[in-house]
Design a protein around this ligand. Structure first.
Ligand code: FAD
Length: 624
């Protein structure tokens, strides 16, 4: 007879890749009772994704994890473009540009580090919250209770997941030398149970491109396979190619190739193959047909006259055919969600895969926290699919253009087939918002309300808060505004107070203080037990002065001396100043800006429209 262990958890995450680990980190830091399982016995050791965009670095910073990344990662600041010489056909340098053209970020470059090291950063972080990845574990069945799925009772667990029986034992026997099972939480007093049934409130299926969770609910992937087949080789090369430590896009008469410099002198080569190369009769990639040596031979042809000698060690290699697909749904009854490769796959050329996956999880996590705490209505969860599916569809459209241009031919003369280098460069720059991750703009919804955009013209509602240095009023310390909006599940209320030493403006600021402090105002209404700082952080930024006395502001606008700032250049350096101008805010009249817990601008209001802010929160927040 089988023994069955049962357990309860608020959120069960299936899959501990970048998406699952990002979600687990955000949830565990917020104190959510979360469990994460993976069918692999260990994290990724080498290869797979490796590029981190500026926006993802901002997000990692918001969780206090960017330093760990930067300590290990390579940084790509320059993009080089090589094309064939029209006479000799040999490739030559055509252009060098900044790899990231966005300047509104503290991280104007791409970082590269292999996926396993990135996963390790999260694994270390969740461990500090007492969470370990349970592995190897694979689910065998999943059901959502029809009766309980809409229940808001915190004691109800409407989703039931049964793990595959004997999965760990199978692993142990198959690779007993290698696997040390250090997560024996499925052991009961009598030894190892055959299986476990987990009762949970929410499931996040972060189980990759072949997602079991997605398939369990018959969610279709919409889109298609392309004819583009690419090989990838990670190694430490010996070469005379001058831009080997820069991101290089090579279009040659023998196909395309992309160079991505990596940590520890490693380099990744993406090599374009013929549409039938390494593909078997069923249309699947057949790795037996082509090893790293053959891939390097193809690369050598593209890179001539430059040479690549035999590498001492090939770290990892693969071959893949690009599929560009998006899942038809990202959620089932707002109880089961899919995130990451489980809901979108595309070419890795623009380094989107891991970034899009982590940002799905970042978008979902705070919403789950708010609902689990009873602060927000489950309606909030609908915005996950709304925002991220739209983004994924845009990503696929972008990827189609980008992959076509990378895999296509540069024409040497007018009239030839293909596209010009100038067209390629234009696409590279136009797509900068995508490749940096900074261009994402979430559409109108209950949490993205664009009705007063003109009061902060350049703080685009739906986009992330840009980088800006301001000075802390009390001690003149320069502070990066993004550092004031950590992913701590709270909404940030940025009060751009204007010139508080102008008497008319001071009267408006005092009035704003009263309106915000009103018993039926959003701050009091939606703060658990009336404690505003639990759910909100109110930060005041004054204009036109280098010194502001904190106590001259209404109480609510200076809850602590660390909460008041001035828009001024630092006293002995170049940083700071111009926040009002950069954000398109009138430096006299000011504005109130609501930043969502994920760092995106939620809404904006002039001082006299606090009622609109009350209305914004009333849409999705529960009264305390
Ligand atoms: P994944 O990283 O795939 O993580 C999914 C996790 O779920 C895995 O740990 C897996 O073990 C686990 N899992 C799967 N099924 C189950 C199950 N039933 N039960 C429990 N756990 C399960 N991107 C690039 O940018 N460049 C590349 O060159 C590149 N190469 C790749 C090569 C390979 C072989 C693969 C698989 C992916 C590659 N990618 C590449 C894509 C990149 O790795 C993903 O975009 C990124 O990792 C997505 O993160 P994720 O967390 O959504 O999924």
């Amino acid at each position: 007879t089988r023994t069955v262990k049962t357990s309860e958890v608020d959120v069960l995450i299936i899959g501990a890749g970048p998406a699952g680990l990002m979600a687990c980190n955000a949830l565990s830091k917020a104190g959510v009772n979360v469990r994460i399982v993976d069918k692999r016995p260990d994290k990724v050791m080498a290869g797979q994704a490796d590029g981190i965009q500026p926006r993802t670095m901002e997000v990692l910073q918001s969780y206090g994890l960017v330093d760990q990344l930067l300590a290990q990662a390579n940084q790509m600041h320059i993009a080089a473009f090589y094309n064939p010489n029209p006479v000799t056909g040999a490739i030559e340098l055509t252009d060098r540009t900044p790899d990231v053209s966005e300047t509104s970020t503290p991280y104007p470059f791409e970082a590269t580090l292999h996926q396993g090291a990135i996963e390790e950063i999260f694994i270390d972080s969740i461990r500090k919250s007492g969470v370990e990845v349970s592995r190897p574990i694979a689910p065998g069945s999943i059901q959502i209770s029809e009766i309980d799925k809409d229940s808001t009772n915190p004691d109800v667990f409407p989703v039931r997941v049964r793990f595959k029986p004997d999965f760990q034992k199978l692993w142990l026997t198959r690779s007993s030398q290698k696997v040390v099972l250090n997560h024996l939480d499925t052991l009961d007093d009598d030894g190892q149970p055959d299986t476990e049934v987990v009762h949970t409130k929410y499931v996040i299926g972060a189980d990759g491109a072949h997602s079991w969770v997605r398939k369990s609910f018959d969610i279709e992937m919409e889109g298609e396979q392309t004819d583009f087949v690419w090989g990838v080789v990670d190694m430490v090369p010996q070469t005379d190619f001058p831009d080997i430590r820069n991101k290089s896009a090579i279009h040659s008469n023998h196909g395309s190739c992309m160079i991505i410099p990596r940590e520890d002198d490693k380099v990744r080569l993406y090599i374009q193959l013929g549409s039938n190369e390494a593909i078997d009769a069923t249309g699947r990639v057949d790795k037996e047909q082509m090893g790293p040596e053959k891939l390097l031979d193809v690369a050598r042809k593209s890179m001539a006259p430059y040479t690549i000698k035999e590498p001492k060690n090939v770290d990892w290699w693969t071959i893949y055919r690009i599929g560009q697909r998006v899942a038809a749904r990202f959620s089932v009854d707002e109880r089961v969600f899919i995130a990451g490769d489980a809901c979108h796959t595309h070419s890795p050329k623009a380094g989107q895969g891991m970034n899009a996956s982590m940002n799905d999880a970042h978008n979902l996590a705070w919403k789950l926290v708010q609902v689990l705490r009873g602060w927000a209505s489950p309606l909030l969860l609908k915005t996950y699919e709304l925002e991220r599916r739209k983004y994924a569809r845009d990503l696929i459209n972008f990827d189609k253009e980008f992959a076509k241009m990378f895999s296509g031919k540069i024409k040497a003369t007018e009239g030839e087939e293909g596209f010009s280098h100038q067209e390629f460069m234009k696409a590279f720059q136009t797509f900068g918002g995508f490749t940096s991750g900074i261009g994402i703009c979430y559409q109108d919804s209950v949490i993205t309300n664009a009705c007063h955009q003109s009061h902060a013209r350049n703080l685009i509602i739906g986009k992330r808060l840009p980088s800006q240095t301001i000075l802390r009023a009390a001690d003149g310390r320069p502070i990066e505004l993004q550092h004031l909006v950590p992913s701590d599940t709270r909404f940030k209320v940025l009060v751009f107070a204007g010139d508080i030493y102008d008497s008319a403006q001071k009267a408006r600021v005092d009035r704003l203080g009263e309106d915000l402090a009103a018993a039926d105002g959003f701050l009091r209404r939606y703060s658990p037990e009336g404690k505003i700082s639990t759910a909100f952080d109110v930060l005041t930024i004054a204009s036109k002065r280098d010194i502001v006395r904190v106590a001259d502001l209404p109480d609510l606008l200076h809850s602590h001396w660390t909460k008041v700032f001035v828009d001024h250049k630092e006293f002995n350096g170049p940083r700071g100043g111009n926040a009002y101008a950069n954000f398109g805010i009138d430096s006299h009249a000011g504005a109130v800006v609501i930043i969502r817990p994920d760092g995106y601008v939620g809404t904006i209001a002039p001082f006299e429209h606090v009622a609109d802010l009350n209305g914004y929160f009333a849409e999705f927040t529960k009264q305390s």
